[in-house]
Design a protein around this ligand. Structure first.
Ligand SMILES: Cc1ncc(COP(=O)(O)O)c(C=O)c1O
Length: 425
């Protein structure tokens, strides 16, 4: 079959597609040590909430039928949007209106729209790119651009910390924002590293974006105020030059595909227009299910009191297991876990590539994600670091994560031993 340029763009094996296919197969088979993918945990207290919300909808006359049987407008469920506006204005003094908000089918689709709105070919013949000030950055961005040469990205500075930890920072000395930049984007907390850019870094990026007249897109999929999987202090940031992307997925509702974009009215309207063409309207079940949580503000308390502590405990536990299993046997470091569901492991000098390590782990029934997928815009850079890291998700049950860490330690040691014995021969 011959496809158009548009069709061909999606037909090479994109990292995000491989990741989601691995995830889907592992979830269906149920016998894999699933430390790949970004599926959130099934947190019993959250699941109980979702069940009660659904039961209440079922009991309310006509609510269930309306939820399933009516299209929303192109911006998404109006009651949810109003409740969200009230929540953000009351709690954070944001001063937004429903004209600033639009829902999408998962925030992933919002990135596809936003990146192609702000980058690619422009009517005046110019070409713009999305600036990623710090790589590694979210794998899901990599193949979103409909044009070529879509991202300009930068390597971070690295600060070494105690207990084998390190932290990436934006290298502001290197950052160049020319006329060919259409928007700046960061995920905060960052997928894959669990990094949380400091408030100071965010303020500097915000100032740079405004000075250059380009929007700052903040991917808040794990951020504050919900799901708030963020273990350090961080203030939510919004002004008319920022585009804040949120999601109900990591709260525990990934299959309801509900993304939320809060942006300048013009941007929100452009996204609603794309929604109209692509989907008629975004799906409304997630928005309807979460409506009462947003109206009551409980979405914030649950995120703070249930979701965040759940993941923080898991992160700390997984790091303790890493020390137990890897100890001093091989060179390893872990990015300081400040949020999200992942640990980012760095095996400096690893004799095989992270892609080869991924394959060896997969053969042993343990799925992780190879780090080389997270470096959009760095394709041509000779930087060994790109091939020395893996992302490990710690959202699954204890036994799975514990066993997965054992297998990873085993395989990394084996990789080193094989290379040393080759050298000795
Ligand atoms: C950083 C980041 N942004 C966006 C998304 C997209 O999430 P969703 O489309 O489920 O809202 C993910 C999913 O894993 C993510 O990790």
């Amino acid at each position: 079959m011959q496809y158009s340029v548009f069709g061909e763009k999606f037909r090479h094996n994109s990292g995000i597609t491989q990741l989601m296919d691995d995830l889907g197969a592992a979830m269906a088979a149920g016998d894999t040590l699933m430390l790949g993918g970004g599926n959130p945990a099934h947190i019993p207290a959250m699941q109980q909430q979702f069940r009660e919300l659904m039961e209440s909808i079922m009991r309310t006359p006509a609510a269930f039928e309306r939820m399933l049987g009516n299209y929303d407008g192109t911006r998404g469920n109006a009651a949810f949007i109003e409740a969200l506006v009230e929540l953000m204005n009351t709690n954070f003094g944001w001063n937004i209106t429903p004209r600033n908000v639009v829902l999408t089918n998962g925030s992933q689709s919002a990135f596809f729209y936003l990146f192609n709105l702000f980058a690619g070919a422009f009517p005046d013949g110019s070409h713009k790119k999305i600036l990623l000030p710090l790589t590694p950055e979210y794998i899901g961005y990599t193949d979103t651009g409909l044009g070529a040469n879509f991202f300009q990205s930068y390597q971070p500075t690295i600060r070494f910390l105690e207990e084998r930890m390190f932290k990436y920072h934006v290298d502001f000395n290197a950052l160049r924002i020319g006329g060919d930049i259409g928007a700046i984007c960061v995920s905060r907390p960052t997928n894959p590293t669990g990094n949380v850019l400091t408030d100071e870094e965010m303020c500097r990026l915000d100032a740079l974006a405004r000075a250059h007249g380009v929007p700052l897109i903040i991917d808040n999929a794990y951020g504050t105020p919900f799901p708030n999987i963020i273990f350090s202090d961080a203030a939510p940031l919004w002004n008319p030059n920022t585009v804040v992307c949120m999601s109900l997925s990591k709260l525990g509702l990934p299959n309801l595909r509900t993304g939320i974009v809060i942006a300048h009215e013009d941007v929100a309207t452009a996204l609603a227009e794309i929604n109209g063409v692509m989907h008629l309207a975004p799906g409304g079940v997630g928005a309807r299910l979460a409506l009462e949580l947003v109206r009551s503000g409980e979405i914030i308390t649950l995120s703070r009191e249930v979701v965040r502590p759940f993941y923080q405990r898991k992160a700390e536990q997984t790091i303790a297991w890493l020390h137990e299993e890897l100890g001093e046997s091989v060179p390893w470091r872990v990015h300081k876990p400040e949020g999200a569901l992942f640990l980012w492991l760095w095996f400096e000098g690893l004799p095989c590539t992270s892609a080869a390590l991924y394959e060896q782990l997969k053969a042993r029934g343990c799925l992780v994600v190879s780090g080389h997928n997270f470096f959009a815009g760095q394709e041509d850079a000779e930087w060994p670091h790109k091939h020395e890291c893996i992302r490990v998700t710690y959202a699954q049950d204890e036994q799975t994560v514990r066993q997965g860490i054992k297998v990873i330690a085993d395989e990394v040691r084996r990789c080193w031993l094989t290379s040393l014995s080759k050298l000795a021969r």
